[in-house]
Design a protein around this ligand. Structure first.
Ligand code: AMP
Length: 126
């Protein structure tokens, strides 16, 4: 179900549990600011999620409350993940859902990294 991104951070959301190592993830990268792992239900040949280590619901929450080091660290981690996966030359798409109209389902900020085939139009028309 799409989540209400204005709600307070839910410390039991699935990505918070991955950060606490309570449930497994196929990690591809980790540093002080971010964790990246394969999406459990990939929508492209490469589908990686990058999440900040801090407790932020959405891009809105993160951009309003995170400090400059957290923001820089997270943005650099997304770029690093794409470069390390060899995605720069063929190309890739970043997507971050925020709130109900976007169909955000997990209430911890995550950036999707899609790649591995021509990705088609940016949005469905429906
Ligand atoms: P969103 O709709 O932007 O909130 O995307 C949530 C994404 O999280 C979906 O692509 C799910 O497939 C993915 N997801 C949910 N649970 C897990 C999990 N345990 N490990 C990896 N990816 C997950």
């Amino acid at each position: 179900m799409p989540i209400d991104a204005t709600l307070p951070y839910d410390t039991d959301n699935i990505f918070a549990r991955i950060l606490r190592n309570e449930i497994p993830a196929r990690t591809v990268y980790e540093d002080d600011y971010a964790l990246a792992f394969h999406d459990i239900n990939p929508q492209a040949p490469t589908h990686i999620l990058v999440i900040p280590k801090g407790a932020y619901v959405s891009w809105d929450d993160f951009s309003a409350r995170a400090n400059d080091a957290e923001i820089a660290g997270f943005v650099r981690a997304v770029g690093h993940v794409a470069r390390a996966a060899g995605l720069v030359e063929p190309g890739y798409r970043l997507l971050a859902n925020a709130g109900p109209d976007s169909h955000q389902e997990v209430p911890h900020l995550h950036v999707h990294v899609f790649a591995g085939r021509p990705l088609g139009p940016m949005l469905s028309k429906t």
